[in-house]
Ligand binder design. Structure first.
Ligand code: TXA
Ligand code: MG
Length: 360
């Protein structure tokens, strides 16, 4: 299949993009489109063929449900039931935006969307291309992130093309995603509501409306913890090379990474660092996410950096961590997943963590 690519930032091209996008969606085909978080791989919620195509194109396990994307003016009651006053307040404040809410599903919604669950995830993205595509077509679109299953979510149209070339007919090119991490998922069927995935909307922002919101205990990176959002249990966001995360103060982290780099000498080593430490390491590939003072910028560049380590064919990776405040919570969640929970913090016998079964 040939994959078309249309530049939505060019007004004349954009007209064709919307027409072609809507035509394909209604015909049961899949279209990748930009959102403020990451690119989505859309299928019309009314087309079984379009929904099946999403799983096929991504190689996604069918037990992992999709998020239904809607636009202003689309009644959320068409896809979900029992919308609480609390949920109404969240939607009024944070939609369109990087927030996904879980509700009881409306009858008639395809089980392909919900992977057979009785709940449905809904979000209104804050990106003019996504909103205009849905508004013009008058359609809600089910969409996971537009990456191949297991790869980091795409934050540029080039990332989508890398993963989806030959698998879908159309990529709507809308530049780099502003947030760069996926939406925050809040389960509104839980009492009190529970965050199933930290994301672009911060916990602090949610607490302004839901002071008693809880975090899913399954989010902790522990072997026995099972997260409630089915997608959070998969190996995700991971570069091909094993990656270790430094912990502690910036000085402690620098020291841990230096020791790790020494121990890994002879391999093609990559370091994910910050501008403040850029010149401090001796490694084959050094990528900075920007200044530690700009965690939003660091978050927006994280997935691109993970993909670049693959392109650079790194064999072993070390990463600096940041504070969990604000967007830091979602950033650290993705980084921990990319590391599979491995850290460089010396344990009791003073080992760095690069030993035993994790060594390679
Ligand atoms: O920012 C985003 O949310 C992006 C853009 C494209 O909107 N989408 C995205 O979709 O990240 P995806 O499929 O990569 O992640 C959706 C997550 C998965 O972890 C899935 O298991 C969870 O949402 N999810 C979907 N429906 C659910 C439900 N009914 N109950 C619990 N978790 C659900
Ligand atoms: Mg995804």
């Amino acid at each position: 299949m040939e994959t078309q690519w249309i530049h939505m930032e060019n007004p004349q091209e954009a007209e064709r993009g919307y027409e072609e996008g809507i035509r394909l969606l209604l015909a049961g085909e899949n279209v990748a489109f930009p959102t403020e978080t990451v690119y989505g791989l859309g299928g019309y919620i009314g087309s079984e063929e379009g929904l099946r195509g999403i799983f096929r194109a991504k190689g996604r396990p069918s037990d992992n449900p999709l998020i239904v994307h809607i636009y202003p003016g689309y009644d959320v009651g068409r896809v979900a039931r029992k919308i609480s006053p609390q949920a109404e307040r969240l939607m009024a404040r944070y939609w369109p935006g990087p927030m996904t809410l879980i509700f009881e599903k409306a009858p008639g919604l395809s089980p392909l969307i919900t992977a057979g669950l009785d709940t449905v995830a809904v979000r209104m993205p804050n990106h003019p291309v996504a909103l205009e595509l849905m508004r013009r077509g008058g359609l809600a679109v089910a969409a996971p992130s537009a990456n191949l299953s297991g790869r980091p979510s795409p934050t540029t149209a080039e990332h989508v093309y890398e993963d989806m070339k030959g698998r879908i007919p159309l990529v709507l090119h809308g530049g780099a995603c502003q947030v760069g991490l996926e939406s925050t998922i809040i389960d509104m069927t839980a009492e009190p509501p529970m965050v199933l995935r930290p994301g672009g909307l911060t916990i602090e922002e949610i607490r302004e409306i839901l002071p008693d919101v809880r975090m899913d205990p399954g989010l902790a990176v522990k072997k026995d913890a099972v997260p409630k959002a089915p997608g959070m249990k998969y190996r995700h966001y991971a570069p091909k090379a094993p990656m270790w995360m430094a912990l502690g103060s910036p000085e402690e982290q620098e020291e841990q990474i230096r020791r790790g780099l020494l121990a890994a000498k002879g391999s093609r080593r990559g370091v994910l660092t910050v501008d403040e430490h850029r010149g401090d390491f001796d490694a084959e590939v050094i990528l900075s996410l920007g200044s530690r003072q700009d965690p939003e910028g660091m978050a927006a560049r994280l997935f691109d950096a993970l993909r670049r380590f693959d392109e650079e064919r790194c064999e072993i990776l070390f990463a600096e961590s940041i504070s969990r405040e604000g967007i830091g919570e979602a950033f650290m969640n993705r980084l921990q997943k990319a590391c599979g929970g491995k850290t460089l913090k010396g344990d009791d016998d003073g080992r760095t963590g690069i030993s035993g079964e994790d060594a390679r």
